[in-house]
Design a protein around this ligand. Structure first.
Ligand SMILES: NC(=O)c1ccc[n+]([C@@H]2O[C@H](COP(=O)([O-])OP(=O)(O)OC[C@H]3O[C@@H](n4cnc5c(N)ncnc54)[C@H](O)[C@@H]3O)[C@@H](O)[C@H]2O)c1
Length: 339
Protein backbone atom coordinates (compact mmCIF):
# COMPACT_ATOMS: atom_id res chain seq x y z
CA UNK A 1 0.00 0.00 0.00
CA UNK A 2 1.19 3.52 -0.76
CA UNK A 3 -0.52 6.76 0.21
CA UNK A 4 0.24 9.96 -1.71
CA UNK A 5 -1.23 13.43 -1.36
CA UNK A 6 -1.83 15.60 -4.40
CA UNK A 7 -2.48 19.29 -3.80
CA UNK A 8 -4.84 21.08 -6.17
CA UNK A 9 -6.01 24.70 -6.16
CA UNK A 10 -8.80 24.21 -3.67
CA UNK A 11 -8.37 20.71 -2.31
CA UNK A 12 -5.93 17.96 -1.49
CA UNK A 13 -6.68 14.50 -2.88
CA UNK A 14 -5.26 11.58 -0.94
CA UNK A 15 -4.64 8.60 -3.19
CA UNK A 16 -4.44 5.18 -1.58
CA UNK A 17 -2.68 2.95 -4.08
CA UNK A 18 -2.92 -0.81 -3.77
CA UNK A 19 -5.15 -0.55 -0.72
CA UNK A 20 -8.42 -2.16 0.35
CA UNK A 21 -12.03 -1.02 0.38
CA UNK A 22 -12.07 -1.97 4.05
CA UNK A 23 -10.18 1.32 4.66
CA UNK A 24 -13.32 3.23 3.70
CA UNK A 25 -14.48 3.26 7.32
CA UNK A 26 -11.33 5.19 8.27
CA UNK A 27 -11.59 7.59 5.34
CA UNK A 28 -15.23 8.45 5.93
CA UNK A 29 -14.22 9.55 9.44
CA UNK A 30 -16.97 11.15 11.42
CA UNK A 31 -19.00 12.16 8.40
CA UNK A 32 -21.90 10.07 7.24
CA UNK A 33 -21.04 8.36 4.00
CA UNK A 34 -23.45 7.41 1.25
CA UNK A 35 -22.12 5.09 -1.41
CA UNK A 36 -23.23 5.44 -5.04
CA UNK A 37 -22.62 2.42 -7.21
CA UNK A 38 -24.16 0.55 -10.16
CA UNK A 39 -26.01 -2.74 -10.44
CA UNK A 40 -23.05 -4.73 -11.79
CA UNK A 41 -20.60 -3.59 -9.17
CA UNK A 42 -23.19 -4.07 -6.44
CA UNK A 43 -24.04 -7.58 -7.66
CA UNK A 44 -20.36 -8.56 -7.55
CA UNK A 45 -19.36 -6.82 -4.31
CA UNK A 46 -22.42 -6.27 -2.14
CA UNK A 47 -20.73 -8.19 0.69
CA UNK A 48 -18.01 -5.53 0.88
CA UNK A 49 -20.62 -2.76 1.00
CA UNK A 50 -22.68 -4.31 3.79
CA UNK A 51 -23.48 -1.88 6.59
CA UNK A 52 -23.15 1.24 4.39
CA UNK A 53 -25.99 3.37 3.00
CA UNK A 54 -25.94 2.57 -0.69
CA UNK A 55 -27.66 4.03 -3.76
CA UNK A 56 -27.58 1.52 -6.61
CA UNK A 57 -27.95 2.97 -10.13
CA UNK A 58 -28.66 1.30 -13.43
CA UNK A 59 -25.55 0.47 -15.41
CA UNK A 60 -24.39 2.19 -18.56
CA UNK A 61 -23.45 5.44 -20.27
CA UNK A 62 -27.10 6.05 -21.23
CA UNK A 63 -27.77 6.67 -17.54
CA UNK A 64 -25.06 9.36 -17.24
CA UNK A 65 -27.77 11.97 -17.74
CA UNK A 66 -29.71 14.63 -15.86
CA UNK A 67 -32.61 12.25 -15.18
CA UNK A 68 -30.32 10.02 -13.11
CA UNK A 69 -28.91 13.06 -11.33
CA UNK A 70 -32.46 14.17 -10.41
CA UNK A 71 -33.29 10.68 -9.11
CA UNK A 72 -30.13 10.61 -6.98
CA UNK A 73 -30.84 14.11 -5.61
CA UNK A 74 -34.35 12.99 -4.58
CA UNK A 75 -32.92 9.90 -2.95
CA UNK A 76 -30.36 11.97 -1.03
CA UNK A 77 -33.17 14.20 0.25
CA UNK A 78 -35.16 11.13 1.33
CA UNK A 79 -32.06 9.80 3.09
CA UNK A 80 -31.72 13.17 4.83
CA UNK A 81 -28.24 13.76 3.48
CA UNK A 82 -26.84 17.06 4.76
CA UNK A 83 -23.70 19.14 4.28
CA UNK A 84 -21.71 16.73 6.45
CA UNK A 85 -22.56 13.82 4.17
CA UNK A 86 -19.69 12.33 2.19
CA UNK A 87 -20.57 10.79 -1.17
CA UNK A 88 -18.46 7.86 -2.27
CA UNK A 89 -18.62 6.67 -5.88
CA UNK A 90 -17.78 2.98 -6.06
CA UNK A 91 -17.70 1.98 -9.71
CA UNK A 92 -16.44 2.71 -13.19
CA UNK A 93 -16.18 6.09 -14.89
CA UNK A 94 -19.92 6.54 -15.23
CA UNK A 95 -20.36 6.25 -11.48
CA UNK A 96 -17.37 8.45 -10.61
CA UNK A 97 -18.54 11.14 -13.08
CA UNK A 98 -22.11 11.05 -11.71
CA UNK A 99 -21.03 11.00 -8.06
CA UNK A 100 -18.63 13.90 -8.45
CA UNK A 101 -21.27 15.93 -10.27
CA UNK A 102 -24.02 15.25 -7.72
CA UNK A 103 -21.56 16.05 -4.92
CA UNK A 104 -20.80 19.40 -6.57
CA UNK A 105 -24.42 20.51 -6.72
CA UNK A 106 -26.26 18.93 -3.76
CA UNK A 107 -26.65 21.63 -1.09
CA UNK A 108 -24.06 23.62 -3.07
CA UNK A 109 -21.39 21.04 -2.54
CA UNK A 110 -20.55 17.96 -0.49
CA UNK A 111 -17.19 16.27 0.01
CA UNK A 112 -16.72 13.16 -2.06
CA UNK A 113 -14.34 10.29 -2.68
CA UNK A 114 -13.95 7.49 -5.20
CA UNK A 115 -13.30 3.77 -5.17
CA UNK A 116 -12.71 3.16 -8.90
CA UNK A 117 -13.58 -0.40 -9.89
CA UNK A 118 -12.74 -0.44 -13.63
CA UNK A 119 -9.26 -0.17 -15.11
CA UNK A 120 -10.45 2.89 -17.03
CA UNK A 121 -11.61 4.64 -13.87
CA UNK A 122 -8.41 3.71 -11.98
CA UNK A 123 -6.07 5.17 -14.58
CA UNK A 124 -8.24 8.01 -15.83
CA UNK A 125 -11.88 8.78 -14.96
CA UNK A 126 -11.49 8.98 -11.17
CA UNK A 127 -8.61 11.43 -11.53
CA UNK A 128 -8.63 15.14 -12.20
CA UNK A 129 -11.96 16.31 -10.84
CA UNK A 130 -13.82 16.64 -14.15
CA UNK A 131 -17.26 15.25 -13.42
CA UNK A 132 -20.30 15.58 -15.54
CA UNK A 133 -23.12 14.18 -17.59
CA UNK A 134 -24.10 13.79 -21.22
CA UNK A 135 -26.81 15.78 -22.99
CA UNK A 136 -28.24 13.78 -25.90
CA UNK A 137 -25.35 12.88 -28.20
CA UNK A 138 -23.09 15.48 -26.58
CA UNK A 139 -20.65 13.81 -24.18
CA UNK A 140 -19.85 15.47 -20.84
CA UNK A 141 -21.58 18.64 -22.01
CA UNK A 142 -22.52 19.68 -18.46
CA UNK A 143 -20.16 19.33 -15.56
CA UNK A 144 -17.83 20.68 -12.93
CA UNK A 145 -14.15 20.55 -12.05
CA UNK A 146 -13.87 19.71 -8.37
CA UNK A 147 -11.34 17.39 -6.77
CA UNK A 148 -12.24 14.33 -4.66
CA UNK A 149 -11.05 14.14 -1.07
CA UNK A 150 -9.68 10.66 -1.69
CA UNK A 151 -9.25 7.98 -4.32
CA UNK A 152 -9.06 4.51 -2.81
CA UNK A 153 -7.69 1.66 -4.94
CA UNK A 154 -8.65 -1.93 -4.24
CA UNK A 155 -7.41 -3.97 -7.19
CA UNK A 156 -9.17 -7.12 -5.96
CA UNK A 157 -12.44 -5.47 -7.08
CA UNK A 158 -11.24 -5.98 -10.65
CA UNK A 159 -11.60 -9.75 -10.27
CA UNK A 160 -15.16 -9.35 -11.50
CA UNK A 161 -14.36 -6.88 -14.30
CA UNK A 162 -15.43 -8.32 -17.68
CA UNK A 163 -12.82 -8.85 -20.41
CA UNK A 164 -14.26 -6.09 -22.61
CA UNK A 165 -13.77 -3.57 -19.82
CA UNK A 166 -10.08 -4.47 -19.51
CA UNK A 167 -9.75 -3.62 -23.21
CA UNK A 168 -11.54 -0.30 -22.69
CA UNK A 169 -9.17 0.60 -19.88
CA UNK A 170 -6.16 -0.19 -22.06
CA UNK A 171 -7.35 2.43 -24.57
CA UNK A 172 -6.66 5.20 -22.02
CA UNK A 173 -3.35 3.55 -21.09
CA UNK A 174 -2.27 3.58 -24.75
CA UNK A 175 -3.40 7.22 -24.93
CA UNK A 176 -1.16 8.15 -21.99
CA UNK A 177 1.83 6.44 -23.62
CA UNK A 178 1.17 8.13 -26.99
CA UNK A 179 1.09 11.63 -25.55
CA UNK A 180 3.70 11.20 -22.84
CA UNK A 181 6.52 8.80 -23.29
CA UNK A 182 8.01 6.36 -25.82
CA UNK A 183 9.30 4.13 -22.98
CA UNK A 184 5.75 3.70 -21.64
CA UNK A 185 4.63 2.82 -25.17
CA UNK A 186 7.35 0.21 -25.68
CA UNK A 187 6.57 -1.42 -22.32
CA UNK A 188 2.98 -1.90 -23.50
CA UNK A 189 4.17 -3.84 -26.52
CA UNK A 190 5.18 -6.71 -24.25
CA UNK A 191 2.17 -6.53 -21.94
CA UNK A 192 -1.01 -8.56 -22.39
CA UNK A 193 -4.41 -8.37 -20.70
CA UNK A 194 -4.21 -11.99 -19.43
CA UNK A 195 -0.83 -11.16 -17.84
CA UNK A 196 -2.36 -8.12 -16.14
CA UNK A 197 -5.26 -10.16 -14.81
CA UNK A 198 -2.95 -12.88 -13.51
CA UNK A 199 -0.18 -10.79 -12.09
CA UNK A 200 -1.18 -8.29 -9.39
CA UNK A 201 2.26 -6.67 -9.37
CA UNK A 202 2.09 -5.95 -13.12
CA UNK A 203 -1.40 -4.49 -12.66
CA UNK A 204 -0.48 -2.33 -9.67
CA UNK A 205 2.64 -1.03 -11.47
CA UNK A 206 0.57 -0.11 -14.55
CA UNK A 207 -2.14 1.58 -12.47
CA UNK A 208 0.43 3.45 -10.39
CA UNK A 209 2.38 4.70 -13.42
CA UNK A 210 -0.73 5.83 -15.30
CA UNK A 211 -2.62 7.30 -12.36
CA UNK A 212 0.46 9.21 -11.19
CA UNK A 213 1.07 10.52 -14.70
CA UNK A 214 -2.45 11.94 -14.90
CA UNK A 215 -2.47 13.26 -11.31
CA UNK A 216 0.76 15.19 -11.87
CA UNK A 217 -0.37 16.53 -15.23
CA UNK A 218 -3.65 17.77 -13.74
CA UNK A 219 -1.73 19.34 -10.85
CA UNK A 220 0.27 21.37 -13.38
CA UNK A 221 -2.84 22.44 -15.33
CA UNK A 222 -5.98 21.82 -13.28
CA UNK A 223 -8.19 24.15 -15.34
CA UNK A 224 -7.13 22.80 -18.72
CA UNK A 225 -5.50 25.95 -20.01
CA UNK A 226 -2.69 24.13 -21.78
CA UNK A 227 -1.00 20.81 -21.17
CA UNK A 228 -4.10 19.05 -19.79
CA UNK A 229 -5.69 19.37 -23.21
CA UNK A 230 -3.30 16.67 -24.43
CA UNK A 231 -5.36 14.14 -22.48
CA UNK A 232 -8.05 14.75 -25.08
CA UNK A 233 -6.00 12.85 -27.68
CA UNK A 234 -8.50 10.67 -29.55
CA UNK A 235 -11.41 12.13 -27.60
CA UNK A 236 -12.72 14.77 -29.99
CA UNK A 237 -13.82 12.35 -32.67
CA UNK A 238 -14.18 9.59 -30.06
CA UNK A 239 -16.77 11.53 -28.07
CA UNK A 240 -18.67 12.41 -31.24
CA UNK A 241 -19.14 8.75 -32.18
CA UNK A 242 -19.50 7.30 -28.67
CA UNK A 243 -23.09 8.25 -27.97
CA UNK A 244 -24.28 8.24 -31.58
CA UNK A 245 -23.35 4.61 -32.06
CA UNK A 246 -23.58 3.30 -28.50
CA UNK A 247 -20.09 1.93 -28.46
CA UNK A 248 -17.97 1.92 -25.31
CA UNK A 249 -15.79 4.85 -24.32
CA UNK A 250 -12.60 2.84 -24.83
CA UNK A 251 -13.62 1.67 -28.30
CA UNK A 252 -14.66 5.18 -29.30
CA UNK A 253 -11.39 6.78 -28.27
CA UNK A 254 -9.40 3.99 -29.89
CA UNK A 255 -11.09 4.87 -33.21
CA UNK A 256 -10.60 8.56 -32.37
CA UNK A 257 -6.87 8.07 -31.70
CA UNK A 258 -6.38 6.42 -35.08
CA UNK A 259 -8.21 9.27 -36.81
CA UNK A 260 -5.98 11.73 -34.93
CA UNK A 261 -2.92 9.72 -36.04
CA UNK A 262 -4.02 10.00 -39.68
CA UNK A 263 -4.51 13.76 -39.35
CA UNK A 264 -1.13 13.96 -37.57
CA UNK A 265 0.43 12.26 -40.60
CA UNK A 266 -0.99 14.90 -42.93
CA UNK A 267 -0.32 17.96 -40.81
CA UNK A 268 2.78 17.09 -38.76
CA UNK A 269 4.41 14.34 -40.80
CA UNK A 270 3.81 11.80 -38.01
CA UNK A 271 5.05 8.45 -39.29
CA UNK A 272 4.36 5.97 -36.46
CA UNK A 273 0.66 5.39 -37.11
CA UNK A 274 1.08 1.68 -37.80
CA UNK A 275 2.78 1.15 -34.42
CA UNK A 276 -0.17 2.77 -32.62
CA UNK A 277 -2.60 0.69 -34.69
CA UNK A 278 -0.79 -2.55 -33.86
CA UNK A 279 -0.78 -1.79 -30.15
CA UNK A 280 -4.49 -0.93 -30.08
CA UNK A 281 -5.33 -4.07 -32.04
CA UNK A 282 -3.17 -6.17 -29.72
CA UNK A 283 -5.44 -5.07 -26.87
CA UNK A 284 -8.52 -6.00 -28.92
CA UNK A 285 -9.54 -2.42 -29.67
CA UNK A 286 -11.12 -1.25 -32.94
CA UNK A 287 -9.10 1.16 -35.08
CA UNK A 288 -11.66 2.12 -37.70
CA UNK A 289 -15.40 2.27 -38.11
CA UNK A 290 -17.99 2.99 -40.69
CA UNK A 291 -19.97 5.99 -39.57
CA UNK A 292 -22.09 8.72 -41.06
CA UNK A 293 -19.46 11.43 -41.42
CA UNK A 294 -21.97 14.25 -41.92
CA UNK A 295 -23.83 13.33 -38.72
CA UNK A 296 -20.61 12.97 -36.74
CA UNK A 297 -19.28 16.25 -38.06
CA UNK A 298 -22.39 18.01 -36.76
CA UNK A 299 -21.77 16.65 -33.24
CA UNK A 300 -18.07 17.44 -33.52
CA UNK A 301 -18.83 21.02 -34.39
CA UNK A 302 -20.52 21.39 -30.98
CA UNK A 303 -17.52 19.99 -29.09
CA UNK A 304 -16.33 21.94 -26.04
CA UNK A 305 -12.96 22.39 -27.73
CA UNK A 306 -14.44 24.35 -30.63
CA UNK A 307 -13.42 28.01 -30.83
CA UNK A 308 -15.40 29.82 -33.50
CA UNK A 309 -14.61 28.24 -36.85
CA UNK A 310 -11.71 26.16 -35.50
CA UNK A 311 -11.41 23.21 -33.17
CA UNK A 312 -8.50 22.28 -30.95
CA UNK A 313 -7.25 18.86 -31.90
CA UNK A 314 -4.51 16.88 -30.21
CA UNK A 315 -2.03 15.56 -32.73
CA UNK A 316 1.18 13.57 -32.44
CA UNK A 317 4.52 14.78 -33.69
CA UNK A 318 5.90 11.40 -32.67
CA UNK A 319 5.02 8.74 -30.10
CA UNK A 320 5.47 10.43 -26.74
CA UNK A 321 5.15 13.97 -28.12
CA UNK A 322 1.68 15.46 -28.46
CA UNK A 323 0.83 18.88 -29.83
CA UNK A 324 -2.25 21.06 -29.48
CA UNK A 325 -3.31 22.13 -32.96
CA UNK A 326 -6.09 24.44 -34.07
CA UNK A 327 -7.78 23.00 -37.14
CA UNK A 328 -10.36 24.94 -39.16
CA UNK A 329 -13.65 23.02 -39.03
CA UNK A 330 -13.91 23.07 -42.83
CA UNK A 331 -10.49 21.40 -43.10
CA UNK A 332 -11.41 18.82 -40.47
CA UNK A 333 -14.50 17.96 -42.48
CA UNK A 334 -12.30 17.29 -45.51
CA UNK A 335 -10.01 15.03 -43.43
CA UNK A 336 -12.99 13.05 -42.17
CA UNK A 337 -14.40 12.67 -45.66
CA UNK A 338 -11.09 11.40 -47.02
CA UNK A 339 -11.06 8.22 -44.92
N1 LIG B 1 -13.93 12.39 -15.61
C1 LIG B 1 -12.95 12.06 -16.40
O1 LIG B 1 -11.87 12.66 -16.42
C2 LIG B 1 -13.13 10.88 -17.33
C3 LIG B 1 -12.04 10.33 -18.01
C4 LIG B 1 -12.24 9.22 -18.80
C5 LIG B 1 -13.50 8.67 -18.93
N2 LIG B 1 -14.54 9.24 -18.27
C6 LIG B 1 -15.89 8.66 -18.37
O2 LIG B 1 -15.85 7.34 -17.85
C7 LIG B 1 -16.88 6.59 -18.48
C8 LIG B 1 -16.27 5.27 -18.93
O3 LIG B 1 -15.77 4.61 -17.78
P1 LIG B 1 -15.94 3.04 -17.61
O4 LIG B 1 -15.47 2.36 -18.84
O5 LIG B 1 -15.36 2.66 -16.31
O6 LIG B 1 -17.54 2.93 -17.63
P2 LIG B 1 -18.64 2.25 -16.70
O7 LIG B 1 -18.70 2.94 -15.41
O8 LIG B 1 -19.86 2.18 -17.53
O9 LIG B 1 -18.07 0.79 -16.45
C9 LIG B 1 -17.98 -0.10 -17.52
C10 LIG B 1 -18.76 -1.38 -17.22
O10 LIG B 1 -18.02 -2.13 -16.28
C11 LIG B 1 -18.85 -2.46 -15.17
N3 LIG B 1 -17.95 -2.56 -14.03
C12 LIG B 1 -17.15 -1.60 -13.51
N4 LIG B 1 -16.40 -2.10 -12.53
C13 LIG B 1 -16.73 -3.40 -12.42
C14 LIG B 1 -16.27 -4.45 -11.59
N5 LIG B 1 -15.27 -4.28 -10.72
N6 LIG B 1 -16.86 -5.65 -11.72
C15 LIG B 1 -17.85 -5.86 -12.65
N7 LIG B 1 -18.28 -4.93 -13.48
C16 LIG B 1 -17.73 -3.70 -13.36
C17 LIG B 1 -19.89 -1.39 -15.12
O11 LIG B 1 -21.05 -1.83 -14.46
C18 LIG B 1 -20.13 -1.15 -16.60
O12 LIG B 1 -21.01 -2.12 -17.11
C19 LIG B 1 -17.41 7.42 -19.63
O13 LIG B 1 -18.64 8.00 -19.24
C20 LIG B 1 -16.37 8.50 -19.79
O14 LIG B 1 -16.91 9.70 -20.30
C21 LIG B 1 -14.39 10.31 -17.47
Amino acid sequence: MKIARFKFSSAVTTVHFNSSISRLAKLAGKSRAIIITDENVYAAHSGKLRGWDVIVLKTGEEFKVQETVDAVLMQLIRMEADRETLLVGVGGGVITDLTGFVAAIYMRGLAFGFVPTSLLALVDAAIGGKNGIDVGPYKNMVGTIRQPAFILHDLSLLNSLPETEWRNGMAEVVKHACIHNRLMFDKLKVLTIPALRRNRKKLSDLVFENATFKLKLVQRDEWERGERKKLNFGHTLGHAIENQYEISHGEAISIGMMAACRISEEILGFHEKEEVKMLLEKFGLPTSALYNREKIFQVLAMDKKRQGATIQFILLKKIGRAQIQKIPLARLKTYLEQK
